[in-house]
Every structure is written in structure tokens, then in C-alpha cells.
Ligand binder design. Structure first.
Ligand code: CA
Length: 227
């Protein structure tokens, strides 16, 4: 299933017609509101996303898609007009999987969609596994962390700390060991650095903060994910 978000009905119909002709199922939506409604029902293999839309524009829609766990991995192909819009979009590096410059031919669209699907769907086979504990999820490949499906912004050190715990559930790490793993063996820091980072990490993780347990006199570990 391919979702096409395009407010111009004639173009939208043409896209769906071309995709159907190429053997893809496709559905069209006129704006972000319709798209997010449809996403509650089903997850498409790819989203064709126009930038200029009534209401929420494609740039803002893409950002929303990327920060929700259920939609973060859906490949997105953005359609942009030539000129200043194109330059702006390229400059922003929004993380779309590919860009099509309007006006584009339907044959070109289909072959570019096929290429993105080949690339993204082949990649999934070797992708490092998503780490899960309770309602906490960490994606090692995209450096993203989700609490209850909502993305949490972590620094690189916080991310490494959390990943260390999540890759080794129930294992107790001493502060020295954590310094070595996260800060590097040469780091001559104080173990208090670890405590400070753990405290911030717990706060950022909100309801999942308590998953990181203090083991008195020893260090820290990842608990079983009970709140
Ligand atoms: Ca448009």
C-alpha cells in the first residue's frame, strides 16, 4: 500500500492510477489531517508527500511522522516544486528517503518508488534490533528513544548509557565500568559524572526513569520495566 498526499485531485488520481497500473495498491489523501486519520488504520509501505498542502505543509508532516515510533520507519518520498522551495528543502535535510521535483512523470515516480522500496525493505533484514524494556524502546540505528511511542531527546552520552543498560538487561554495572564504556577507557573523570548523567536520564525518561535501578554499593542496572 502506497499513500499519496497531494491536494490537487487531478494529480492525485493520476498518481494512484499509475501506481495501480504498476501493481501497487494506493490510496490518496488531500492533506495531513486525512493522512494521520488513515495511519491509525493501516501502515503503508511508503508515503508520497507533497510539500505545498493546505493546512499543515509536507515539511511539518514529515517531522511528525519521524518522531512517532509507529511511523518513524515508513519511507517518505517528497514532492517539491523547483526553485526556492527545492533549495530550502534540500538545505533542511529533512531525512526524506528521496525527493521528486515537480512536475514529474508518472513513470519516473513509479521507478523512484520502486528504488526506495528496494533499498529500505532490503535494509530491514540486517538492521540492528530495536531494544525494548516495558514501554521504553531504543533504536540503535537511528539513535532514537521512545517512551510510550513518544520520542525523547537524549544527548549522545545519555543514549550510550541507556543502550548499555538495555543491551544487558539485569546486569549490574559499576560506575567505573560505565565510565569506561560510555566515556572511554582513557577518561579520568569522577564516578560522580555517572551519577549526574543517570539522574538526568531518569528525568528525561519520565515514567520509565525508574527502570534504571540503583544497586546500593555497586552501581546501576536496567530493571524489568515495571513502573
Ligand atoms: Ca500541492
Amino acid at each position: 500500500m502506497i499513500f499519496c498526499i497531494e491536494d490537487e485531485e487531478s494529480i492525485r488520481d493520476l498518481m494512484i492510477y499509475a501506481l495501480n497500473g504498476a501493481g501497487f495498491e494506493a490510496k490518496g489523501f488531500a492533506d495531513g489531517v486525512e493522512l494521520f486519520e488513515a495511519l491509525q488504520q493501516e501502515k503503508p509501505r511508503l508515503i508520497m508527500l507533497d510539500i505545498m498542502l493546505p493546512g499543515e505543509d509536507g515539511i511539518s508532516i514529515l517531522k511528525k511522522l519521524r518522531c512517532k515510533e509507529e511511523t518513524a520507519g515508513i519511507p517518505v518520498m517528497m514532492a517539491t516544486a523547483k526553485g526556492t522551495e527545492y533549495d530550502k528543502v534540500m538545505g533542511l535535510d529533512l531525512g526524506a528517503d528521496d525527493y521528486l521535483v515537480k512536475p514529474f512523470g508518472m513513470m519516473e515516480m513509479v521507478s523512484r518508488i520502486r528504488a526506495v522500496l528496494r533499498r529500505t525493505e532490503a535494509g530491514h533484514k540486517n538492521e540492528p534490533k530495536l531494544l525494548h524494556v516495558g514501554c521504553l524502546k531504543l533504536d540503535p540505528e537511528t539513535y532514537t528513544v521512545f517512551v510510550d511511542g513518544e520520542q525523547v531527546q537524549l544527548t549522545l552520552k545519555e543514549h550510550k548509557l541507556l543502550r548499555t543498560f538495555m543491551e544487558n538487561p539485569r546486569r549490574v554495572f559499576t560506575r567505573d565500568k560505565l565510565l569506561e564504556i560510555v566515556w572511554g577507557i582513557e577518561y579520568a573523570g569522577e564516578t560522580r559524572t555517572v551519577d549526574v548523567h543517570i539522574a538526568t536520564l531518569r528525568t528525561k525518561l519520565g515514567k520509565c526513569g525508574g527502570y534504571i535501578e540503583t544497586v546500593r554499593g555497586v552501581g546501576y542496572r536496567m530493571g524489568e520495566g515495571k513502573e
